[in-house]
Design a protein around this ligand. Structure first.
Ligand code: ATP
Ligand code: MG
Length: 334
């Protein structure tokens, strides 16, 4: 039996470069070797978008198209919608007993995200909801409902996988060996920075280059990217290591071009405007094949729907089997 992979994305916006380099490239590589379940995590997206259901609904399709556009093959990957698998909600209730509120409040990912969502949760997180605080528990249910062994994710997700492993250990110690402890799998690029220099490009952070951005948008965004603030004049030498333009050249340009850019920048032989224009060209070249695939799926919405329906059906079967094991272990298999 091939090992099982479970991973998920929140339908809160389109995919960006962070998703592609931090997670998506790994999905494409792993799809040949594993039994792959890919969750469109609409329930999790609602934890901090409960007041905006239209946004979540729209992005279920959008994100599926993005994922198909980067080369995921629906014959190899089961795309499914989280809310269509009630077993996940059921597991979440049982797991809630196995984790303390204090432990959730200490979770570094949860802490960072609460701080980023001041508008929703208040300055000190005083308005944080029960649902948001508990989303790591529901994520543990996502993974274990499919017996997920490997979870390809970006670096920001590591504390959530650790939390899942703790829940699994606790479950097994009380109810007997039932669940597998999953392992996180990071990409070579663990975390992609934002256009504003922020440590994380995030779809909810306003600092992302989206795979679906058109040429005009790419132009506008890159022209505004942060460069070395000490470089005032065109021929001042600068430090490429603190420049976001060089940072993205390293992602999408050839190694030869990267070396030239780096050397010219350090010597003061390269202006930022020229450098940005070259990045715009490289970025558009990089995005062209992705845009072409996206266009195909936009023109064939019935195919996208079928992919989600079929994937969800397979996911439901798998989650039902797993739930039977869990109910038996917990002696609630009446
Ligand atoms: P949101 O702000 O709504 O949480 P997000 O951009 O964090 O959106 P998610 O859907 O939460 O996106 O994450 C999907 C996957 O992409 C996760 O595995 C996450 O670790 C990874 N990921 C997201 N942003 C980055 C990034 N900047 N660098 C590397 N990986 C990333
Ligand atoms: Mg996120």
């Amino acid at each position: 039996m091939p090992k099982t992979i479970l991973t998920g994305l929140r339908p809160t916006g389109n995919l960006h470069l962070g998703h592609l380099f931090g997670a998506g490239k790994n999905y494409v590589k792993l799809q040949d070797e594993y039994d792959f379940y890919l969750e469109i995590a609409d329930v999790q997206a609602l934890t901090d978008n409960f007041n905006n259901p239209e946004k979540v609904r729209k992005n279920v399709t959008e994100i599926t198209i993005d994922l198909l556009s980067i080369g995921l093959d629906p014959k190899k990957v089961n795309f499914f919608i989280q809310s269509k698998i009630p077993e996940i909600a059921e597991l979440t209730v049982f797991y809630s007993n196995l984790v303390t509120v204090a432990r959730l409040e200490r979770n570094p990912t949860v802490k960072t995200e609460i701080a980023q969502k001041k508008e929703l949760f208040g300055n000190d997180g005083e308005s944080i909801t029960y649902g948001f605080l508990g989303y790591p528990v529901s994520q543990a249910a996502d993974i274990t409902a499919f017996d997920g062994e490997l979870v390809p994710v970006g670096e920001d997700q590591l504390p959530l996988i650790e939390q899942c492993r703790e829940i699994v250990r606790k479950f097994n110690s009380i109810y007997g060996e039932t669940l597998k402890e999953p392992n996180a799998k990071l990409s070579e690029t663990k975390r992609v920075k934002g256009l504003d220099g922020n440590e994380k490009m995030g779809k909810s952070l306003g600092n992302a280059i989206f795979l679906s951005d058109d040429e005009e948008t790419i132009h506008k965004k890159i022209m505004q990217a942060i460069t070395d603030p000490n470089k005032i004049k065109k021929d001042d030498p600068a430090n490429p290591d603190i420049c976001m333009v060089y940072y993205y050249h390293k992602l999408v340009n050839t190694e030869e071009n990267q070396n030239t850019i780096c050397q010219e920048c350090k010597k003061g032989n390269r202006g930022c405007v020229q450098c940005k224009k070259e990045l715009i060209t490289a970025m558009n070249n990089f995005l062209t094949p992705i845009r072409e695939k996206r266009k195909y799926y936009e023109e064939h919405p019935e195919e996208v729907k079928k992919i989600l329906d079929e994937g969800t059906k397979k996911a439901k079967q798998k989650a039902e089997e797993q739930m039977n094991k869990v109910r038996k272990a917990m002696q609630i298999d009446y």
